[in-house]
Design a protein around this ligand. Structure first.
Ligand code: NAD
Length: 390
């Protein structure tokens, strides 16, 4: 069980780029990072509007002189200080991730970056080489993948409790973009423009969460071929999609079906995962994240609750609240930030042995998401045809 006890040698001096007052994801980062005292927020370039960013940073408790107008000033100012930052989180629109990540790594700073990591696998590979060369960590934040019941699913699959995995059914949908974008805010504008969002809208925005979580549960399975059909129901969003379905063939013969949509009007179900094996199935949804449905063929359905002693050690070890008290998105973010802090701490100490076995969402997790997106786009743009996963 995780109880906030420090698991690294010293707290990391931490800065954020983006995640300002109006940013959607910024508070999730701060919730995750500040929970256990592994990070101290000491600097930032929180907003495109430098004045608002400064005011916001000061209200977060950051010294005014360490609230910078942009990321370049942040890097210059902090690398010049003896007590400068160790790590930067990047919570800005997609098109800025690559240039900010590279600049931070080149300045000797660890990075925690939002998904989708970059626009292309070539960019991911280049940055992975740079990070390796510099001995620095790049972490990636897929929100729910630190939840204890996600790791319960992985442990049950690993133990063979489902039998052979046959069907993977993934859904992340909502209806917040069911209407047109007239008068839409910045967060919708940049998401629906290929220059700022990259080659996809909902596939990258929410589909990469599904894909990475399924990789955690099914690390032994790889996608061999896929077919992606995407559409913009609101035509101004084309060539990007607000709705897509992806069929996947896995290397063990399993079949996958993935549905992402931001035009599922009225739907608040968000994420749903179903893993079906030859003997049993698991189903988990973020609308009831502390419950996992376990169905064995021919037996009554069971609902497993987080924190209960009947769960696998892999799940209990990362539980925070204990049974009877809801474990949710904030707890998951805290685990993700803890795992990345442990990786950074090990890198700082030159502990390569620890890094070899330590599980955290690193650059490979970001890269695989971008690779999956590239394959989806290749299939969709060829008229929704089957493509070999490259
Ligand atoms: P947003 O538009 O709501 O907020 C972006 C923030 O970044 C704003 O505060 C803006 O002022 C600031 N900003 C923009 N460019 C900047 C720059 N160059 N320097 C400094 N600040 C800058 O966007 P959002 O919804 O918070 O998304 C940000 C990123 O987070 C995206 O990559 C998105 O895909 C990702 N995201 C991830 C999750 C998750 O669960 N992991 C959830 C939501 C968004």
């Amino acid at each position: 069980m995780i109880n906030g006890e420090r698991l690294i040698s010293r707290p990391l001096r931490w800065a954020m780029v983006g995640g300002g007052r109006t940013g959607q994801v910024g508070y999730k980062h701060r919730t995750g990072a500040l929970r256990d005292g592994n990070y101290q927020l000491v600097a930032g370039a929180f907003d495109l509007d430098a004045e608002m960013g400064r005011d916001f940073g000061v209200n977060l408790g950051v010294a005014a002189e360490r609230c910078y107008p942009d990321y370049r000033a942040l890097i210059a100012g902090e690398t010049a200080r003896k007590d400068g930052i160790d790590v930067v989180s990047i919570a800005t629109p997609n098109f800025t991730h690559y240039e900010i990540t590279k600049a931070c790594l080149e300045a000797g700073l660890h990075v925690i970056c939002e998904k989708p990591l970059f626009f292309t696998v070539a960019e991911c590979d280049e940055v992975a080489r740079l990070a390796e060369q510099k001995g620095l960590i790049v972490g990636v934040t897929y929100g729910y993948t630190g939840h204890p019941l996600v790791h319960q699913m992985a442990a049950m699959v690993k133990k063979g409790m489902l039998g052979d995995i046959r069907i993977v059914d993934l859904q992340y949908t909502h209806g917040f973009n069911a209407g047109d974008d007239v008068g839409a805010g910045e967060a919708v504008k940049w998401r629906t423009n290929p220059r700022t969002a990259g080659p996809t809208f909902v596939l990258g925005d929410i589909g990469t969460h599904l894909y990475y979580l399924s990789e955690i549960v099914l690390p032994h399975m790889k996608v061999e071929r896929l077919l992606c059909d995407r559409k913009a129901f609101i035509p101004t969003r084309a060539p990007l999609e607000d709705h897509a379905t992806v069929l996947m063939h896995y290397d063990n013969g399993a079949r996958g079906r993935l549905w992402v949509s931001s035009v599922n009007a009225g739907n608040m179900g968000s994420q749903r995962y179903r893993f079906i094996g030859s003997r049993a199935s698991l189903e988990w949804s973020d609308s009831r994240p502390d419950q996992l449905i376990y169905q064995v063929q021919g037996e009554p359905e069971r609902i497993l609750h987080h924190g209960m002693p009947y769960l696998e050690e892999e799940s209990l070890a990362i539980d925070r609240m204990g049974a009877l008290h809801t474990e949710g998105l904030g707890d998951s973010w805290s685990n993700i930030y803890l795992w990345i802090a442990q990786a950074i701490d090990a890198a700082n100490r030159g502990d390569r042995a620890f890094l070899k076995t330590h599980h955290y969402p690193g650059i490979a997790a970001g890269t695989e998401g971008v690779r999956w997106l590239e394959n989806c786009v290749r299939s969709a743009d060829a008229g929704a045809t089957w493509v070999d996963f490259a």
